[in-house]
Design a protein around this ligand. Structure first.
Ligand code: FNR
Length: 191
């Protein structure tokens, strides 16, 4: 069975550079890994009063899909040096409930920005949040795609930069190993 990875893009923008990074990850992932991007556009803003009434349908669907997956890939821009509100809201929804879907889940992080740092600052805020939900983020290789507007072909979204392609290829290979390692560790802890 292939490793089942779901991807969350921190941007809803049609021409999102981060979505293009997800497309690149899909293209260069090892043969035994499949990556499916999840659409979270319909997720409402969390009102904790509503948690008592169960999860809204788009949230319930997202929770079920993330729980079933072997791992999560997050590709996100940096908004004002931190996590885009929409993505943080999705993580907040996922963090609630008895069977918290990110608990023990391997996560890989990519960020892309037209700026030179490639959204470097969002990654450590995201890692901090992922700590609290007990996710298992891959440490290395870190992938920051700086100057991203010049690294993807505007009409097709294909990555035109060999270095970026190589980094994401290596990260996805390391991610596959990390997923297997986390699953072994959790399997033996349960045994
Ligand atoms: C940005 N952008 C941005 N870029 C960056 O490198 N650091 C930052 O702190 C911010 N802050 C920021 C805030 C807001 C509200 C917006 C809309 C944008 C620019 C951002 O990196 C750029 O728009 C990317 O193209 C967004 O990613 P997608 O949509 O292409 O995936």
């Amino acid at each position: 069975k292939k490793l089942d990875v779901v991807a969350l893009c921190g941007s809803l923008r049609r021409a999102s550079l981060n979505r293009q990074a997800i497309r690149l990850a899909q293209e260069v992932a090892p043969a035994h890994m499949a990556i499916e991007e999840l659409d979270w556009r319909a997720v409402p803003v969390l009102d904790a009063d509503e948690l008592a009434h169960g999860f809204p349908a788009p949230v319930a669907a997202l929770r079920t899909r993330v729980r079933a997956a072997d791992a999560v890939l997050i590709a996100t821009p940096e908004y004002n040096f931190s996590i885009p509100g929409g993505l943080k809201n999705v993580i907040d929804w996922l963090s609630r409930g008895e069977d918290q879907p990110l608990d023990g889940k391997p996560v890989a992080i990519v960020s892309a920005s037209p700026g030179p740092l490639g959204g470097a600052r969002v990654q450590y805020d995201l890692r901090k949040v992922l700590l609290f939900v007990n996710a298992m983020p891959l440490v290395k290789p870190e992938v920051f795609i700086g100057g991203a507007a010049g690294k993807f072909d505007a009409p097709t979204g294909a990555c035109t930069d060999a270095t970026t392609r190589d980094f994401v290829t290596r990260q996805m290979a390391a991610f596959a190993d990390w997923i297997a390692g986390v699953q072994r560790m959790r399997g033996s802890a349960a045994a």
